[in-house]
Design a protein around this ligand. Structure first.
Ligand code: UTP
Length: 315
């Protein structure tokens, strides 16, 4: 039995215990870095992105995590396993801080792996989890989507699922010119400030066809009913089996809610957002921040000096 992660709250009596982390995408936006390394393993300061995601699941009380991996399975599997040689070397040196850093990933939860033979889409990746998940509701956390650790989005979503049943998606309002990058939800009020009923979903709509400015972001709590829908969902946009298309069918049946998230979220699969994430988190780190921020200020000053009239470098 795995001990609960230190940041996990006193375990609430939840119906959802399992998390699925799809990490089998091709990561083409981040080539060539992702040629031999999954984008979920790219370091954000000194931890791979996917570790933040598993920490978030553990903090919400989910102690069973299934990774859906693709051709780069080894790197992810090794990261969440023990590393005996490293551990022995650090133990011999008495370096307990680094020893903990090496051991932490394997202690977060009971971690399982399954392979998605071909990257046929996010919907197909979720379907690969069916046998492991069984007939229980479960959470899905995209392995390249980071939610600030101070936020409680996932716990909030789990609470909404417990009260309202069905499935719950995370929504974020985005500018109209960005909606074509996301699944987009048509919504109506549901009697709570941050909760809406989702009446329809469309994957990556053109701005003029978007039913709202609510983008679906990488956190879901899904009813197991999604599996039988996914099984008969044909490839949609981009020739991929889209989770959004299956959720659209569930939404039409009135069983999908959305939690509107207003906090910090980072898409580390996008180069520009990845860079912003690394800089932000480095600035906030007590061990690195002070020196890094001082350097950053000097660097921005140099940029300003080098480009007369340019005042927006910090924007
Ligand atoms: P993305 O839409 O970011 O696609 O997937 P991608 O292929 O990974 O990356 P780009 O767009 O080519 O750069 C969203 C999430 O779904 C997973 C990805 O790993 C990511 O966490 N995914 C996607 C799968 O697990 N399998 C798939 O077949 C597709």
């Amino acid at each position: 039995m795995i001990a609960p992660h230190p940041s996990a709250p006193a375990a609430p009596a939840r119906t959802v215990r399992k998390a699925v982390v799809p990490a089998a995408g091709l990561g083409t936006r981040f080539l060539p870095a992702t040629k031999a390394t999954p984008k979920e393993m790219l370091p954000v300061v000194d931890k791979p992105a996917i570790q933040y995601v598993v920490e978030e699941a553990a903090a919400a009380g989910l102690d069973d995590v299934l990774m859906v991996t693709g051709r780069h399975k080894r790197a992810i599997e090794d990261h969440f396993d023990h590393a005996f040689e490293l551990e022995q070397a650090l133990t011999a040196k008495g370096d307990t801080v680094r020893l903990d850093a090496v051991r932490d990933p394997a202690r977060l939860a009971s971690i399982h792996h399954i392979r998605q033979g071909e990257p046929l889409g996010l919907g197909h990746a979720v379907l690969c989890a069916r046998r492991h998940v069984g007939d229980q509701p479960f959470a899905v956390l995209l392995g390249d989507d980071l939610i600030d650790p101070r936020e409680t989005l996932l716990s909030r979503m789990l609470g909404v699922r417990d009260r309202r049943l069905g499935s719950v998606v995370a929504l974020m309002e985005v500018p109209p010119e960005q909606i074509h990058r996301y699944g987009c939800a048509a919504v109506e009020p549901a009697g709570e400030e941050d909760v809406v009923r989702v009446t329809g979903l469309v994957e990556k709509p053109a701005r003029q066809h978007a039913p709202s400015r609510y983008a679906v972001i990488g956190r879901y709590v899904l009813d197991p009913a999604v599996f039988s829908v996914l099984e008969r969902t044909p490839p949609g946009r981009g020739g991929e089996i889209q989770l959004t298309d299956a959720l659209q069918e569930l939404a039409a049946g009135g069983t999908v809610h959305g939690v509107v998230f207003k906090g910090l979220r980072h898409d580390t699969g996008d180069k520009a957002d990845y860079l912003r994430t690394v800089v932000r988190l480095a600035c906030e780190r007590p061990d690195l921040g002070p020196e890094f921020v001082a350097w950053l200020r000097r660097f921005l000053g140099e940029l300003d000096g080098a480009r007369p009239g340019r005042r927006d470098v910090a924007a």
